[in-house]
Each structure stands twice: as C-alpha cells, then as structure tokens.
Design a protein around this ligand. Structure first.
Ligand SMILES: *[C@@H]1O[C@H](CO)[C@@H](O)[C@H](O)[C@H]1NC(C)=O
Ligand SMILES: *[C@@H]1O[C@H](CO)[C@@H](O)[C@H](O)[C@H]1NC(C)=O
Ligand SMILES: *[C@@H]1O[C@H](CO)[C@@H](O)[C@H](O)[C@H]1NC(C)=O
Ligand SMILES: *[C@@H]1O[C@H](CO)[C@@H](O)[C@H](O)[C@H]1NC(C)=O
Length: 930
C-alpha cells in the first residue's frame, strides 16, 4: 500500500488535478507542507484509510459546479438513443443573452440532446448530419424551455388521490435528510400538461409544513426510456446512490426546502418562535458536526494522526452540513417581513446563503433587509397576482416583481404547482410584465434566472450552442396573452406528437405595449401593500371619451353582447352625461362633445367601452381572507352530511344575509371591470343555498344598488368526494324536486321546478352530469314544467356537449381546466394538445357558457380569462362572444333579472395592453374614475 497520500495512484486523467490541489495546499497551508515532507518510514503511525481521509478532507473545499471541461461535451448525458437531429428553421429566437435583449432571426440545429448551432445553418453544415427533421417555424418566436424554480410536480400529483400525496412529512419540524425524489410519482397527469405550456425543467420541492422539509431535486419533465423517477433527474448529486464518488470532482448543486411563518408554525401547533428555534437547533447540530470535521481535517492534513479516529459525520445531518459548506441552494418559503428578518438573522448567525425567498409577498417592502442576508443576495421567487389568501399574503402586490427588480434583486416567477398549474407559468411572467417588469427580465424570470438560482445555468435557461436542447416554439410572443407553444423540445426530443394551434392576431406577435402603472406602484410601497382601492366619482357631470376604438353593448331584450361601433382609425367619441351615453360615434356626429367646457376629457387611445363583467365561482363578498375564518362568512350546515341544529329548521341560507362589502378582491375586481358578482353561500356538502347579486363597488349593503337582487339561484353540489354516495346525493335531489312541503327548502325547490329561479348544480364528472340530465328529464316529464338548469364547475361537460346543448342546459366553467381530482380527470386541454378548448366545444353545440373564477384573487383577472378564451377558440368566439362569457351569459345562467348596465372604459388595446380607466354607471348616474 502506498502511504504517501498526496501522490497516491490515480487514474491518469486525474493526476494533473491532484497535483494542482497539492500545490494549492502547499501554498495555502503550512500543515500540508509538514505532511508532504513526512518520510515514508513513519507510515506505521498512519490509519489504513489515510488516502481516503485526505481525499475527503481536501474535497471539503470544493464548490459545486460543472467540471471545467463541461462545455467540451458533444453529447448530453441525457441524450436518448435514436433521437434524430432537428433543424428549427426561420425562427425569432429569444436567446436570453445580452441581458435578455438578444433576438436572433435564424435557425437552431439540435442533435445529441444539445443545441449545435444558433443562427444561419447552411447546407454544408447540415450535410454533416443524417436524417435531419426540419421544423419550419415561419418566423415564430422561440424561447428556451420554461424553468420552474418551485414545483410539487410528481409529489403532489394530479389527480389528487389519498395514495399520492407525498408533499409533506409530518415527522418533525426539521427533516433535512428527507428527499422529494423518494415520492416522485412518474404518472402525474400534470407532466404532459406542463410540457404543453413550455415547461421543460422543474425544481421539485418538499412542501412547507416543516421548517426544513427536505432536499429538493431538479427534474426534466419528459418521459424517459427507463420510466424511473431517477431517470428524470437533472445533474443529481453524485452521492445519491452511495456509490464511490471521485473526491476531486467538483460536487453538483443540491437543493433544500426551508419554510418559515404560518405553515410550519400552524402544522405543529406552535408559533413563529418555535419554528425559528427549530431552525437554530438544527443549524447548531450541523454546525457542531462541521466544526468537528474541520478540526479533524486540519489535524489529518497536518499529519497529526494520533488518536484521530473516524471522520465525524452523521447521515441525518450531512445535507445540512453541506448547506453550511455553501453547496446547497436553499429554497426558502417565506412571506412576511417578520419571517424574512428571522431568516436573514439565521443566515448571519450560522453563515450560510439562501438561494431564494419564495412567495415572499412582503419582499418588495424590505429589499434592503434581503440584501443583509449572509453571502449571496437571495433571489425572490413570487406569484404575479395570487395574493391575500392568508395573512402572510394579504399585503402582496402585483407590482412586487418590478419593485424588486428596480432594487437590483433577482426576480423569479414560479408556480408552486399545483397551487398554480405550471402549464401556465408563462402567464405569471406575462402578468409581471403587464405590471411593469421589463420584457427582458420577465422572460428571464421563467428561464435564465431560475436556471441560475438552481445552479443549472451552465446548460439550461438560454439558447446557446452547447446547451441542452430544451426549446419552445410559440404561436405568438411569449409575453402576449394566451401565448401557447406549438412545439416543445426537451433534450432535443419533440414532446407534442400532434400539435394543434389556434390562429392568433398579428398584434400578438410583438411584445405587448403595457400601460403605465407608476402611481399604483408608488402607492403599493407608500401604503405597505394596502393602497386605497375605492373608486373616485368624477366631479364633472359630463365625461367625454376620445379616441374610442370600439363599443360593445348588451341588447336589453336579447341580452346578446355585440360590437355596435368600430372605427378603424380609433377616433370615436363617446359623450356621457350623468352616467348615461348621450352621444357616440365619429367626432363629427357628436358636436356637443367639444362645446361643453365643464366636461372631463379622457383619452382611450383606441380602447373600448364594453359591458361591466360579472364574477361567479369564488366566495367573493363572503370573505376577506379565505384562510382566516374570522374574516369570512363561514360554511353553512349541510343537511345531507351533518346534523343541522333544530333552531335553523328548514330554512335555506341566503348569501345576501352574510355579505361583506369593500373586500380588497371585490374592489380590485371593480377596478378591472368586474362591476357585479353572484355569490352562493359557502358549503362543503350537498346544499349550499341561495345566491345573491351584489355590486363590487358598494361600500356597504345599505347603499342604493348594493344588492340589486337578493336571491338569484338555488345552489347544490354533487361530488364523488363529498363523503355521501353520489347515488344518495342524486336521490336526495330527486326527492327535493319531486317532493312537496311547506318548509322553506320545499318552497325553494318548488320555485326551481316552476322555472322561477335556476338550479345551479356544482358538478364535475361527466357521469354525474349525465345522471343530472336524466333527472331533469324525469322531473320535467312528471311536472310538465321546464327547469332552468346550470352546471357549474363542469370540467368534464365537454364529453356531453351535444347532450347538454340538446337539453338546453347552461354551463359555467373555468377557462383553464386542471385534473386536480378524479372527477375532473378528463379535461379538454385546448391547444396545443387538442384543437378545441372546453369552452369552444360547448359553444359549438349552442350551449350558453359562462366563465367561473374559483379564487378570490383571480376575480381581478376576469378580463384576461375571457379574452384568453376567445384567443384559444380558433375563431369560435369573437370579441363580443368572449365578453358575453363573463357578462350576459352569466346573468342568464345565474338568474340575474335586471341587466347590469354598467359600462367599462378601457384605455389602450386588448389583453395586456389595456387598462381600465373608468366605469360608467347609468344606475348610479355617475362615472367612477379608476
Ligand atoms: C433589461 O434590458 C434593459 C434594456 O432594455 C437594460 O437596460 C437592463 O439592464 C436589462 N436588465 C438586466 C437586469 O439585465
Ligand atoms: C420566415 O418566415 C416569414 C413568415 O412566414 C417569411 O415572411 C420569411 O420569408 C421567412 N424567411 C425565410 C428566410 O424563410
Ligand atoms: C449511481 O451509481 C452508478 C454506479 O453503479 C454510477 O455510475 C452513477 O453515476 C450513480 N448515480 C448517481 C446519480 O450518482
Ligand atoms: C346551433 O344553432 C344554430 C342556429 O340556431 C344551428 O344552425 C346549429 O345547427 C346548432 N348547432 C348545433 C350543434 O346544435
């Protein structure tokens, strides 16, 4: 045995490296010198594994990263045998270079899982490749694959099944030894969906129930030949399977989940103080081990072997020790200033870096605090407009991305999939852009920046020769509303077998020219996330809107929305007096417009005037913060699944009795054109109760017009997961529809049978929908009357589009379906996976369709949802039909009797180019300025 460790035999290719290291040690440390000069005759004093120990000790200084010769590779380690070379011709390539401003017009050649050439690929180069598949991009936008820094793909799988939730371990507050990989399900329905949205790489994190939830793993989303979880991993740590690791090779980056604030505190019935102590205790354990290792290695490298014993290590804590050695990207779920402060202190106490604060709804208020974190300044990984769902998120701002970037912090947009369906991660970047993040940083926020924050920017996140061939070809500019991939490559393999596209307008091919939000952004900071949202009433009686491009109106008799006015030159005029349009048309048609010196003049810059939108599907008006019971109306007693207190009797609960006004989500909805809402009582069972119609702008219930209609419709829910059998639920519904009686419940169902109010059935599964259609027929045959039936949720309704159309039943569904539960499994995803979206499929069968918005914070985005539905319908829905989805159709489907006559004046173009400027209200007799 050779006992001169520094010169121990090594494979030839490693010798140079070893020598370099030896020289480094020689120069850097005197103990190394002592050691080297030690005569070989003293070897009897050395432990048997001295070579291993010295190697291990020397390796402690190595920082993670690719090997020096990484870019010499000619084939990816992830190359799948048999994959043909591909040439993407004639593309507009956003490469991610030049601070995210470079666009190359040309070709991309990919082979062996790598990008071989970006620019002009001429015949001579092409001749070197056999069997090249050519994709003519015809000028389309091409971007790097989308990278999701925060996902639970595979561990929180779709559809959610009891056997598939591997997100959180509840075995302790600090569990750095756990690994998300151990729960990584290869059959999550979401992989294919997320790929169809352009996502190619995701960092799969454990959940946030624990302070230290465990190690995260970066995966590529495509299916592999091996079909294993491990085969999905991108550059997993060498130590993963416990085999021999070359100590002189730079280690690979590891990832670890941390969480502070509400989640770990609540899950363990503790407080923030308990969580923070758990962190300190864990880090102290790791620190002690690390110090022992360092002391051990100092002695070993100094040749002081006597009584040295074994290298101090502990399998449970080695990953956290690695955090202290700067080898782990810590991904830290942390929302509020108070929690960020705690983590910043922790990093300085124990000297480790945080890669990114995630969610971080208050980060934009404390940029200087974030910069005080130990070592590298953490990035901030956020949602665009998802906020206010719990206290920690209450002060979240849509301007956070821009504010953080203005403060020089790295901004990442992430999905937290399935919290947000990562298929639409690009939508987060689009919204960030809409609210002021520059285009280069918006695209970077879902590509190059997350790649860098996860330590993979040597191979993914940009389009560079030698990088992994993860590429998205888009049908429109990726920052434009509704942009969808037409093809997605992962490791050079085309992922969409038969891509379908919906024709997009020409305007969608350029970066949207977004509105100015400077004042709103300043207010977000000034008011610490709670700027006043109440609209201001215009003082002038007359308001003149100039440069109006189009006017959409509801026909008061048919309720149909149509475009009543379009000016190609976009120079129409609309004169409003006391909230009523008194003149509209070309400038010459409204001579009064200029003659009123007292008028307020507003320039719509080619924008539109269109009907006020209606919201349905969330507890809007019944809750300020959904996770806080003390801010919400609460749940009704469900007579089918629980004991109803006698004192309630047979009364059906009316949502109108519980209305809460001036919630931030209602006001934000109003500011974005949602002027009214229909909300049903919140229930987790069969019977919900009676919905109500209310104004989103009203300050309280006693204001004129606050509740234009106390009762709209009767609501019930039928579900596979209600705890009571579906057959029991249907039987109950049959009994109620065919029954008689004097209770309130019996009378309300009599109203339904008589067609006086609609019955809204919350139902997802096509099988249950079919049973409901049969029941409708049965009841109608028995009574000779026609029921006004509306299906809500209805994710699988498209499977029965024809039957639903024939039955004259309406459907309210979400614009973006997701198979979150078994009864929602059979979604119609729309382009690029299917030609038709669910909405378009139902409309094609003459079904009256409305758009549902399920979460409070999404109410404000209704105008995007409805425009998006039009954009992905391939011409089935024009602008007027798209508007109807969130206005007149919903009114009809929900039994709204009096037509909402509010009009919304939007400045600028459609989608991400417009901004609501005013709400015109004939009922109130005034114009609200936003
Ligand atoms: C984004 O692009 C602008 C120019 O359009 C440039 O000034 C800015 O530095 C870029 N941002 C970053 C962080 O690279
Ligand atoms: C690229 O595509 C655009 C749009 O189809 C077309 O006008 C142009 O001629 C094409 N250029 C090349 C080099 O093929
Ligand atoms: C697992 O072990 C094999 C040797 O059996 C090795 O080639 C491979 O790289 C290891 N994998 C990881 C992820 O470390
Ligand atoms: C839808 O209605 C139109 C007009 O009433 C009719 O021509 C068409 O056949 C209907 N389509 C279906 C699928 O029922």
């Amino acid at each position: 045995m050779d006992k001169t460790p520094m010169y121990a035999p090594q494979p030839a290719r490693k010798r140079v490296r070893t020598l370099q290291l030896a020289l480094v040690f020689l120069a850097a440390s005197s103990y190394a010198l002592t050691y080297l000069l030690w005569p070989t005759s003293h070897t009897t004093a050395l432990p048997l594994n001295v070579e291993h120990i010295v190697a291990q000790c020397s390796a402690l200084h190595l920082t993670p990263g690719p090997p020096d010769n990484f870019h010499d590779r000619s084939q990816s380690d992830r190359f799948a045998q048999g994959t043909k070379p591909t040439l993407i011709r004639n593309a507009s390539i956003w490469t991610g270079l030049d601070s995210g401003n470079e666009v190359v017009y040309g070709d991309i050649l990919i082979d062996k899982g790598l990008i071989k050439k970006v620019g002009t690929v001429d015949a001579s180069l092409l001749n070197a490749y056999r069997g090249v598949v050519v994709l003519d991009a015809a000028g389309s936008w091409v971007s790097p694959g989308i990278v999701d820094l925060h996902s639970h793909l595979g561990v929180d799988s779709a559809p959610a099944l009891r056997g598939a939730d591997d997100t959180n371990s509840l075995k302790g507050l600090t569990l750095p030894w756990l690994r998300s990989l151990d729960g990584l399900n290869t059959h999550d329905d979401a992989y294919q969906l997320s790929i169809s949205g352009g996502v190619t790489t995701a960092n799969v994190l454990p959940g946030s129930a624990d302070a230290i939830g465990g190690q995260a793993f970066v995966i590529k989303l495509r299916p592999t030949a091996e079909r294993s979880s491990s085969a999905m991993l991108l550059e997993p740590p060498f130590t993963l399977n416990g085999t021999y690791v070359d100590p002189f090779q730079r280690p690979r980056w590891r990832q670890m989940k941390h969480a502070c604030g509400e989640n770990p505190s609540r899950v363990y019935s503790g407080t923030r103080m308990d969580t923070q102590w758990a962190f300190r205790q864990a880090y102290n354990t790791a620190r002690i081990i690390k110090e022992k290792q360092d002391a051990y290695c100092a002695k070993a490298l100094a040749g002081q072997w006597t009584g040295l014993g074994d290298f101090p290590e502990d399998l449970q804590w080695e990953a956290l020790v690695d955090v202290l050695r700067g080898r782990v990207k810590v991904q830290n779920h942390c929302y509020e200033g108070v929690d960020i402060d705690g983590m910043v202190r922790l990093t300085n106490e124990f000297k480790f870096s945080i890669a990114a604060f995630h969610h971080a709804h208050e980060a934009y208020m404390v940029p200087d605090l974030i910069k005080k974190a130990y070592g590298l300044t953490p990035a901030v990984a956020i949602f665009a407009t998802t906020a206010r769902y719990k206290r920690e998120a209450y002060r979240g701002s849509e301007f956070a991305a821009r504010i953080l970037a203005d403060n020089g912090l790295d901004v990442v947009m992430k999905s937290d999939h399935p919290v947000l369906n990562s298929r639409h991660l690009i939508y987060e970047a689009q919204q960030a852009h809409y609210f002021g993040l520059p285009a280069n940083l918006s695209l970077a926020s879902v590509t190059s920046t997350p790649a860098r924050i996860m330590g993979q920017d040597h191979r993914i996140g940009r389009i560079i020769e030698g990088f992994d061939a993860d590429i998205v070809v888009w049908d429109s500019h990726p920052l434009s509303l509704g942009a969808a991939p037409t093809q997605v490559f992962i490791d050079g393999i085309a992922q969409i077998k038969k891509p379908y596209t919906s024709k997009k307008p020409k305007s969608a091919q350029r970066v949207p020219s977004t509105p100015n939000f400077d004042k709103e952004m300043a207010d977000a900071i000034k008011y610490e996330g709670l700027p006043p949202l109440e609209p201001e009433t215009a003082k002038a009686d007359v308001v003149v809107f100039w440069n109006v491009g189009s006017i959409f109106m509801k026909n008061t008799a048919t309720r149909k929305v149509s475009e009543v006015f379009t000016l190609a030159a976009a120079n129409g005029v609309v004169v409003v007096e006391k909230g009523r349009i008194v003149c509209s048309g070309a400038e010459a048609a409204c001579p009064t417009a200029l003659s009123r010196p007292d008028a307020l003049h507003l320039d719509l810059e080619g924008g539109s005037i269109s009907p006020g939108l209606l919201s349905y599907g969330s507890p809007l008006g019944l809750s300020h913060i959904t996770a806080e019971a003390s801010t919400s109306d609460g749940l009704v007693f469900d007579p089918l699944s629980m004991l109803v207190p006698d004192i309630i009797g047979g009364t059906v609960i009316k949502a109108a009795d519980g209305l809460l006004f001036a919630t931030r989500d209602a006001l934000l909805g109003y500011r974005n054109g949602v002027t009214s809402a229909v909300t049903a009582p919140s229930s987790r069972g069969f019977l919900s109760g009676l919905s109500t119609v209310f104004s989103t702008a009203a300050a309280h219930k006693l204001i004129d017009g606050a509740v234009p209609q106390e009762v709209a419709a009767l609501h019930v829910a039928l579900s596979l997961s209600s705890g009571v059998s579906v057959s029991t639920q249907i039987a109950t519904l049959r009994g109620l529809l065919l029954g008689e009686g004097t209770t309130d419940l019996a009378k309300r169902f009599a109203d339904v049978v008589a067609g006086k109010i609609p019955l809204v059935v919350d139902v997802e599964s096509a099988d249950i929908i079919a049973s409901v259609l049969v029941l409708k027929q049965e009841v109608e045959a028995a009574t000779g009357k026609t029921i006004r039936l509306t299906l809500a949720g209805a994710t699988e309704a498209h499977l029965l589009a024809e039957e639903i159309g024939q039955a004259g039943v309406g459907v309210i569904l979400q614009q973006r379906p997701f198979p979150s539960a078994w009864e929602r499994k059979r979604i119609l995803p729309g382009p690029p996976l299917t030609q038709s979206s669910a909405i378009a499929a139902l409309v094609a069968h003459n079904v009256t369709v409305g758009i549902a918005v399920d979460e409070l914070d999404r109410v404000r985005n209704t105008r995007f949802d409805m425009a998006w539905a039009g954009l992905e319908s391939n011409g089935v829905l024009g602008k007027a039909e798209a508007l109807a989805l969130a206005s007149s159709n919903l009114e009809i489907l929900l039994g709204v009797e009096e037509i909402n006559s509010d009009l919304v004046a939007t400045k600028g173009g459609a989608g991400f180019e417009g901004k609501v400027l005013a709400i015109i209200s004939p009922c109130r007799g005034s114009v609200h300025l936003i």
